[in-house]
Design a protein around this ligand. Sequence first.
Ligand code: RIB
Ligand code: CA
Length: 318
Amino acid sequence: MAARQKILIDCDPGHDDAVAILFAARHMDLVGVTSVHGNNSLENTTRNALAVVEMGKLDVPVAKGCAEPLAQEPVGIAAMHGKSGLDGAEIAEPTRRVIDTHAVDFIIAMAEQHKEELILATIGPETNIAMALRREPRLKNWIREITVMGGSTTLGNITPVAEFNIFADVEAAWAVYESGIPLRMVGYNVTRQTGFDQGDIDRMRGSGKKVAGVLADLMAFYLEKQRQGYGLTVAPMHDVCAIVPYVDDSLIDYLHTSARIELNGTYTRGMTVCDLRNLKSVAATNMRNATAPNALVAVNARSRALIDRVVDTLLTYD
Ligand code: RIB
Ligand code: CA
């Protein structure tokens, strides 16, 4: 059996972050989890990360990261996830504690220890990743791929064109997208339609398993918030979409193209400008703003099959 791929998840739990952690832990060698500000305060996202790792009985270190974006005002907590950042279920206060190492240093240490093997998943604002890139430029040679839940090839969620993780720290996202490290991006264009419906929630609750029962309560809360906010009929599982391709590469389709971060637009700051024109060499000479491809950009997903795979995995927890 092939060795499990090594992954480190940087996150802001967050209902969908929780699912991404539990899914990754079952299929990959999850070497660590790092917390960052985003859906809620760093204190809450860190506590939530510890609670999820403890709930899943995962032997995975958690390191605490950055509390604020690099160069902008914080965008404020995401109501979609509630006051705690993980509202909707009774979750015991974690007994586990974070490791002494700061998340930025932990990311660097894991990349050095697992040179050219480590997949770095960023499923929250990219502040920790950007700080690590500045602190240790050799990361560009050590990290195998950065898998991003962020951006969109079409509409945004926090603005008409910007997705939350990018918008919450635009300069950090710019540093990551311009780093030269191979990127795999799944954006809101795919993730908004890839989520748990009521049937999935009922399936988890009906399993009689403790973890699945807690997740069912969490997702019922999140589904209602998404219905109220956007009229969605699913609780979008944005973050696990950044993990799935390493487990089953048949579920999401990607285009290798350029994805650039808009830093300055009055209406477009935080937009991921993805070139979907599929320019051929002849046309490219007359077109504008064609830049070198820097990412595999998700353009389509077999959402129902993906979610079935995720629910099957979550049901393996007691
Ligand atoms: O826009 C969706 C992203 O923002 C997800 O990562 C969700 O957890 C929130 O962080
Ligand atoms: Ca997240």
